[in-house]
Design a protein around this ligand. Structure first.
Ligand SMILES: Cc1cc2nc3c(=O)[nH]c(=O)nc-3n(C[C@H](O)[C@H](O)[C@H](O)COP(=O)(O)OP(=O)(O)OC[C@H]3O[C@@H](n4cnc5c(N)ncnc54)[C@H](O)[C@@H]3O)c2cc1C
Length: 442
C-alpha cells in the first residue's frame, strides 16, 4: 500500500482537502485547516454538510428538554467558512468515485420542494469523512416507528413539542398522567431523564400544566445491562442511580426492551411499561451511506481506519469521529464514539494533513481517555477523571463536575472561535438566560 504521508504534493496547484461532516470533529478540523493552510494558499479546504447550520451534538438532549434554545447556539456554516477561509457546500454525501477522486452530493430542496442547489460533484486530493453516527435500534420491533431518536436537531425539537403537548393533554384528561420511557441508561439517557424532570417542574411553574411534576410525570430509564452507565466505573453508576431516584426517576436495569408500541414498551422479562413518549438512546451505528462507498466497514458500518486514521483501502481517504473504527490498542478495542474522541482526532488530523502536504510520514493517533462526566442538569453532575496527572481514575461530583462538564463544550467553542469570542459569547448567553424563561415554552 502506498504511504501517502511520503508522497510529495505538487506545490503550484493548491491541494484540495474535502471534509464531509461539520460536526463535533469536522468543523473544528476545517476551521483550523482554513486558518492555517487555506489562508496561506497551501491548500483549498471545502466542508460538505447536509445541514446549513452546526449544533454541537451533545446539546441535543437539552434541546429535547427545552432548556436550550438551539437558535441561540447554532452556527451558520457559511459564516464560519467566510471567517476561516474554507468553502462550504450544503448537501448529503451520495457517492464516491475513488478512481476519479470525487464525491457526489445530493441536491438541496426548500420546504416547498423547490430545488435550491443541484446535485454536485466535488473533486478532492484528500477526502476526510466525519459524518457521525445514527441511532441503532438493533432491529427491535416497533422501535424505529414509535421511539424518538436524538440524532438531529429536528428530532430533538419534535420531542420537545410533543412533551409540552403531552403535559397539556394530560391536564385535561381523567388519567392526568404522562409516562415517559427512555430506553438506554448510558450518558444520553441519564442526562435526558434529569433534564426532563426539570422541564416538567418548570412547565408547571409557568402554568403550562397543573400536574404534580414529580408524581404525574413519570420518567423511567430502561437499561439492558445490570447497571446504568455500564462503561463508567461502578461508583459513578451507583451515585447516578441514587441521584435519579431522588428525582423520582425510575431505573430498570437488566431489562432488555423487546418491542416498542405506540403507547407502551415491552421488555424481554415480560414487563409492560405505559409510554406516552418513548426515547431510544441505546446505541449507535454509522450512517448507511458509508456501506455503499466501497470502503471496508465494520459490523456497525464504521469505516475501518489505520492508526493514522486512513481508510485501510485508500490512503487518500481519512475518516474519524463516530463514523470511523479507529484501533484503541491499549483496550484491545476501538476508540469510543464521543465528542472527546472527535476533538482529539480533529487536532491530530490537522497536524497529520499538514505533514501529508509536506510529504512527511504520518504519525499514529493515540486516544487519551480523560474520563466521563454526566450532567444531571441543574441538579448535579457526576463522573470520573483520568489522565497521567491523576493516576488511575478520580471520582468527582457537584460543582467541580458541573464546571468540567461545561468545559467540554467551551473547548469546542474555543476551537471554532478562539478564547476571546468564546468568553464574550458565554457572558452574552448568561445575560440572555436571565431574561428568558428557563424552558422554551412553545
Ligand atoms: C444527546 C447526546 C449527548 C451526548 N453527550 C456527549 C457527552 O456528554 N460527551 C461526549 O463526549 N459525547 C457525547 N455524545 C456523543 C457525541 O455527540 C459524538 O460522539 C460526537 O458528536 C461525534 O462527533 P462527529 O464529528 O464524529 O459527528 P457529529 O458531531 O455527529 O457530526 C456529524 C456531522 O455530519 C453531518 N452529516 C451526517 N450525515 C451526512 C451526510 N450523508 N452528508 C453530509 N453531512 C452529513 C451532520 O449534519 C453533522 O454535522 C452525545 C451524543 C448525543 C446524541
Amino acid at each position: 500500500m502506498e504511504n501517502a504521508g511520503e508522497r510529495q504534493m505538487p506545490s503550484s496547484i493548491p491541494h484540495r482537502i474535502v471534509v464531509v461532516g461539520g460536526g463535533a470533529g469536522g468543523l473544528e478540523l476545517v476551521t483550523a485547516l482554513g486558518d492555517k493552510l487555506a489562508r496561506h494558499g497551501k491548500a483549498s479546504v471545502t466542508l460538505v454538510d447536509r445541514a446549513p447550520t452546526h449544533l454541537w451534538k451533545p446539546l441535543l438532549h437539552e434541546v429535547a428538554a427545552g432548556v436550550l434554545d438551539a437558535n441561540a447556539q447554532a452556527l451558520d456554516y457559511a459564516a464560519q467558512a467566510r471567517w476561516h477561509r474554507f468553502s462550504f457546500q450544503q448537501g448529503s454525501l451520495q457517492a464516491l468515485d475513488r478512481a476519479r477522486r470525487s464525491i457526489t452530493i445530493a441536491a438541496v430542496f426548500d420546504a416547498d420542494g423547490f430545488e435550491l442547489l443541484p446535485q454536485r460533484e466535488i473533486p478532492y486530493d484528500t477526502l476526510v469523512l466525519a459524518i457521525g453516527s445514527v441511532t441503532n435500534f438493533f432491529n427491535t420491533p416497533g422501535a424505529a416507528e414509535h421511539a424518538t431518536a436524538l440524532d438531529m436537531l429536528e428530532q430533538a425539537e419534535h420531542f420537545r413539542r410533543r412533551m409540552i403537548a403531552a403535559c397539556m393533554r394530560a391536564d385535561l384528561s381523567a388519567a392526568a398522567q404522562v409516562n415517559i420511557v427512555i430506553i438506554g441508561g448510558g450518558a444520553t439517557g441519564v442526562e435526558l431523564s434529569a433534564e426532563l424532570r426539570n422541564t416538567a417542574e418548570v412547565l408547571r411553574a409557568y402554568g403550562m400544566h397543573h400536574l404534580n411534576p414529580r408524581r404525574d410525570v413519570r420518567i423511567t430509564v430502561v437499561e439492558a445491562a445490570p447497571r446504568l452507565l455500564s462503561a463508567l466505573p461502578e461508583r459513578v453508576s451507583r451515585k447516578t442511580e441514587e441521584l435519579l431516584r431522588q428525582l423520582d426517576i425510575d431505573v430498570l436495569s437488566g431489562e432488555k426492551v423487546s418491542e416498542v408500541r405506540a403507547d407502551e414498551v415491552l421488555t424481554a422479562n415480560g414487563k409492560t411499561l405505559p409510554a406516552d413518549l418513548t426515547v431510544w438512546a441505546a446505541g449507535i451505528r454509522a450512517p448507511a451511506i458509508l456501506g455503499e462507498l466501497g470502503l471496508p466497514v465494520n459490523r456497525l458500518g464504521q469505516i475501518v481506519v489505520t492508526q493514522n486514521l486512513q481508510s485501510e483501502a485508500d490512503p487518500d481517504i481519512f475518516a474519524f469521529g463516530d463514523c470511523a473504527a479507529c484501533p484503541w490498542p491499549e483496550k484491545d478495542s476501538t476508540v469510543p464514539p464521543r465528542a472527546q474522541a472527535a476533538h482529539q482526532q480533529a487536532s491530530f488530523l490537522f497536524d497529520a494533513l499538514k505533514r501529508r502536504l509536506d510529504g512527511r510520514p504520518l504519525p499514529d493517533f493515540h486516544y487519551r481517555d480523560l474520563g466521563s462526566l454526566v450532567s444531571l442538569g441543574r441538579y448535579d453532575a457526576v463522573g470520573n477523571l483520568m489522565g497521567p496527572l491523576i493516576g488511575s481514575t478520580l471520582f468527582i461530583e457537584g460543582l467541580l463536575a458541573r464546571m468540567l462538564y461545561f468545559s467540554l463544550y467551551r473547548m469546542h467553542k474555543v476551537a471554532l472561535h478562539g478564547w476571546l469570542r468564546t468568553t464574550a459569547d458565554t457572558i452574552g448567553q448568561w445575560l440572555q438566560r436571565r431574561t428568558a424563561p428557563r424552558v422554551k415554552l412553545h
